[in-house]
Design a protein. Structure first.
Length: 75
């Protein structure tokens, strides 16, 4: 890995079909470069993972409250 001011370079292996898709997006000017497209994808993956984790915590909390209510009704 090579490190510059605020970025770290690293090599990755990506399936050829995915590279073709990224190259198409760059050619269509959706992204300025392959690196820009990969940074965007990495950010999306992180945001998605955080959101999934947050939703799972919300769900567990709500289920716990629901279970506690139903248990108190039975007692």
């Amino acid at each position: 890995m090579t490190k510059s001011k605020d970025r770290v370079s690293m090599s990755v292996s990506i399936p050829a079909g995915l590279v073709s898709e990224i190259d198409h997006l760059v050619a269509e000017k959706v992204f300025g470069s392959r690196s820009e497209a990969l940074r965007y994808g990495a950010r999306l993956a992180i945001l998605f993972q955080k959101r999934v984790h947050f939703r799972a915590e919300e769900y567990a909390y709500e289920e716990t409250k629901r279970k506690a209510k139903s248990d108190s009704r039975v007692s």
